[in-house]
Design a protein around this ligand. Structure first.
Ligand code: ACO
Length: 399
């Protein structure tokens, strides 16, 4: 027994909890998860009653403001977001400094961090209007940052936002349009037209990613926020944490893995690889810290996948491989004993591919979806008078 008291308020005891598997870092009124019963609620609403039934912007409003907007509030919020979607030209010049082939997540982190150089909102956060304005600004600019980061990575001229378009349609437009904003190119007869079914599918995907209580990236946003750092910096830190393949980066890896498996007949050997403790290989898109049962977001995405199979011409070979992986894993004792079920990242890739979203944009899509959650959690922290700087203790084992 070691007395670790260094301060009169010390209890002389601390918990040792690597990965914080049983430590609550805060109390929160935003998102509720019941991992055993596969339940996920935003501000009391079951996500099945939100995704595809309310717009992503209304859900963002719900997360940040605590209630769904009235019709008028919804309209005003939408307009405000459209008008704040432009980036300062200084940020756009920053893209020029980054090389072709830069991963869009790297560019997004840098551009979001750089917003702190342009806006001084953090100096006026006691003013509730400035506070809300800052949140709207970040939410509005994220699709523009994401789309431009991608176009910059492939060396294509950037497309500016179109205020006549709703958030999700605008994002698809900025990602897809031909240089100059054309959606059709008569020269080769090709069309980049955006269908409503595509907008609706992506909007539902954003909603399903919108918040997930104290996951790694949200905890990062709160930790950075607790030091009184600039809000843009806190969100940029969330982007960094989300990029990792154990977290939001998994959706990109799932698609790589499904392609690597290549054929239904190869599934058993990959399942065996995932079970082999001498092999670091993990089945991407399986397992979750909180869900030891089905992930309700994955269930909702699977439903969406089934619904859109024909309409979006989903890649049936990939769907067959995914179905075979799921079936093999769910009937295997290794996965059953450990409560390893498909998570949200397992299903998003096939739909995103059908929406012609490049793989490098899968994690940026997660960022866009998660932004209102980060902002809501960051706001809750800022309004919490009892909040303290995040500063865990350690168990020293050195000399
Ligand atoms: N494939 C094979 N085995 C797995 C997998 C997997 N995907 N996930 C966990 N396991 C095994 C572990 O090897 C471990 O086995 P052991 O008890 O014999 O040592 C056991 O299941 C528990 O795994 P932990 O890593 O301790 O669980 P933890 O809660 O720390 O990790 C995580 C959760 C990171 C999500 C993990 O399941 C994983 O790496 N999954 C693959 C990556 C992924 O899909 N990430 C996305 C998560 S969802 C999201 O962030 C949006």
């Amino acid at each position: 027994v070691v007395d670790i008291r260094t301060f009169y308020k010390d209890t002389g005891m601390f918990t040792y909890d690597p990965g914080y598997t049983s430590t609550a870092s805060c109390d929160s009124k935003i998102t509720f998860i019941d991992g055993e019963n596969s339940e996920l609620r935003y501000r009391g609403y079951d996500i099945a009653d939100l995704a595809g039934k309310h717009s992503f912007l209304d859900v963002s409003y719900l997360l940040m403001r605590g209630q769904l907007p009235t019709e008028e509030a919804s309209k005003n919020f939408d307009l405000e977001i459209r008008h704040r979607s432009f980036l300062n030209e200084g940020i756009i010049r920053l893209f020029d400094a980054l090389p072709d082939g830069a991963h869009p997540m790297a560019t997004m982190g840098a551009a979001t961090m750089a917003l702190a150089a342009f806006y001084k909102d953090h100096l006026h956060l006691e003013d509730e209007e400035q506070f809300k304005m800052m949140r709207r600004r970040i939410l509005a600019k994220m699709p523009t940052i994401a789309a431009m980061a991608y176009r910059n990575s492939i060396g294509t001229p950037l497309i500016y936002p179109d205020v006549d378009k709703y958030f999700t349609e605008n994002f698809l437009y900025m990602l897809r349009a031909y240089p100059g904003g054309k959606m059709k190119y008569l020269g080769n007869g090709k069309s980049q037209e955006i269908r409503q079914v595509e907008v609706d599918a992506l909007d539902a995907i954003f909603t399903l990613h919108a918040d997930h209580e104290q996951n790694a990236s949200t905890t990062t946003v709160r930790n950075v926020g607790s030091t009184e750092a600039h809000p843009y910096v806190a969100i940029a830190s969330g982007i960094s944490a989300l990029w990792g393949s154990a977290h939001g980066g998994a959706n990109e890896k799932v698609m790589d893995q499904l392609r690597m498996i290549g054929d239904v007949k190869n599934v058993p050997s990959y399942i065996a690889k995932a079970k082999d403790k001498n092999d670091p290989f993990r089945l991407m898109g399986f397992g979750h810290r909180v869900y030891k049962n089905r992930d309700p977001r994955a269930e909702a995405l699977k439903g969406l996948q089934d619904k859109l199979r024909e309409e979006l011409h989903l890649d049936s070979k990939l769907l067959d491989i995914a179905a075979a992986v799921e079936e093999a894993a769910l009937s295997d004792d290794y996965f059953k004993e450990r409560g390893l079920y498909p998570n949200i990242d397992f299903y998003s890739g096939v739909i995103l591919t059908a929406l012609r979203i490049p793989i490098a944009m899968f994690t940026p899509i997660f960022v866009i979806g998660r932004t209102p959650g980060w902002l809501a959690q960051w706001s809750e922290l800022k309004h919490d008078k009892t909040a303290k700087i995040a500063r865990p203790r350690q168990l020293y084992t050195g000399k």
